[in-house]
Design a binder for this molecule. Structure first.
Ligand SMILES: [Zn+2]
Length: 426
């Protein structure tokens, strides 16, 4: 292979209009009145979205493989099929009040890379695969990032298939009912094909790029996370006859602990994050002193040491609340993600791609979890972020500019071709 036999990388370009049209077509499936999308994992709407993608991938000449957790891999063969695929992708399930771009952009940017190579008649040495990972959002089924987590061995296939939604429907049954219970191995440990590299394009879902007026984020890694369920237990009693000094008010005590969550995060700036996003009050009745409160805590930090400090501070705060008020406070960690550093050569490929295209680029750390975080356990991985309007995501008003999405897909094309290597002209 020599450089004269192939076009200069920096002159290749994806079709931005086609990418945008595909995004808008997919967004019609589960479209909400407010301009967002509700397409929960493994629902009939998810089936429709998956079938649309699979149809497009086959039209583009890809072969399609579905594994036992429902992950979809659309493959464009390379001239050396024995090489591990250079992969991209993301997810197409959404939050209940989700947007058009979260996840969907990464999948359709990958499809657009394939379509562009077809348009240009270019072949790559390594195969290219576009992945659609099952249940990234974790809204209907826990754990989140389920498909990539099974692939990476973060938890077992059996554990994932047995997870149930609020109506008692299991992931295994839901996969079968939408026709995406595939037969190929789902976990690398069980023989799922390894990936030579994984690059995921995604909207930033935060305000940093927009604030800096930069188009491309070269994602160097992801914040680690610890999630908790906190239970504060007192005693229900009648709101009228029970004097203030004789109450065991679980909600009043819990509000102190919630304040502590924020204070703990504020002590860990700039990377520390602390959020109480879900609260259940029992019995949640106007004239009953709350006997029990359950709430969630989401801590994030760039380092494991930082997360460990936040963890001990939360447990100490819970003990303090239980001493100060007549309640019990129990802290249970339910999710842990270690901080992840992406592969430096792939992060470099993102920076280099942006530079070749004359696009502004900055390094950024992902505050959100992504499939890429799990994939990174078994393949060199990096991500490409593009700005989204006002940094808003997981919201129906989520928005992104077509030119930024095109720029991100073009950087993806650059970085993937650098990894997969263009074959000499036939
Ligand atoms: Zn996402």
């Amino acid at each position: 292979m020599n450089d004269l036999s192939r076009p200069a990388l920096g002159r290749l370009a994806i079709n931005g209009q086609r990418l945008w049209d595909s995004l808008m077509t997919l967004a019609k499936i589960g479209a909400t009145d407010k301009g967002g999308v509700c397409r929960l994992a493994l629902t009939d709407l998810d089936r429709q979205g998956r079938e649309l993608f699979v149809g497009w991938a086959r039209e583009a000449g890809c072969t399609v493989r579905v594994d036992r957790i429902g992950n979809i891999f659309a493959r464009r063969e390379g001239i050396d099929p024995s090489r591990p695929a250079v992969a991209t992708g993301s997810h197409i399930d959404t939050q209940p009040t989700g947007g058009k771009f979260d996840g969907n952009f990464g999948v359709l940017a990958g499809l657009e890379v394939v379509r562009t190579l077809n348009d240009l008649g270019l072949r790559t040495v390594s195969p290219i695969e576009v992945c659609v990972w099952t249940n990234e959002e974790g809204s209907r089924f826990v754990p989140v990032m389920m498909g990539s987590g099974v692939w990476a061995g973060a938890f077992s296939l059996g554990h994932a298939l047995a997870a149930r939604d609020r109506d008692g429907i299991s992931v295994g049954d839901a996969l079968a009912s939408i026709g995406f219970a595939g037969s190929s191995p789902a976990a690398v440990a069980d023989g799922a094909p390894r990936l030579g590299a994984y690059l995921e394009a995604h909207i930033e879902q935060g305000p940093i790029l927009e604030d800096a007026e930069v188009t491309i984020g070269a994602v160097t890694g992801a914040l680690g996370q610890r999630w908790y369920d906190v239970a504060v237990t007192g005693m229900e009693a009648h709101a009228g006859p029970t004097p203030m000094r004789l109450r065991k008010d679980a909600l009043f005590a819990a509000t102190h602990l919630m304040q502590d969550v924020i204070a703990i995060a504020l002590r860990e700036q700039p990377h520390g994050r602390g959020t109480v996003g879900s609260v259940d009050v029992f019995p949640n009745s106007r004239n009953v002193i709350p006997g029990r409160v359950r709430f969630s805590v989401d801590f994030r930090h760039a380092t494991d040491e930082g997360l460990a400090r936040m963890d001990s501070a939360l447990r100490a705060a819970a003990d303090a609340v239980a001493r100060r008020f007549p309640v019990q406070a129990v802290v249970e960690q339910v999710v842990y993600f270690e901080p992840v550093a992406f592969a430096p050569p792939l992060v470099d490929a993102v920076r280099a791609g942006a530079q070749r295209l004359g696009l502004s680029c900055m390094d950024i750390v992902s505050g959100a979890g992504h499939d890429a975080v799990y994939v990174a356990r078994h393949a060199p991985t990096a991500m490409i972020f593009v700005p989204c309007k006002d940094g808003i995501s997981h919201n129906e008003i989520e928005d992104a500019r077509p030119e930024d999405l095109s720029a991100g897909a073009n950087v993806l094309l650059q970085a993937m071709l650098e990894q997969a290597a263009l074959a000499p002209a036939a």
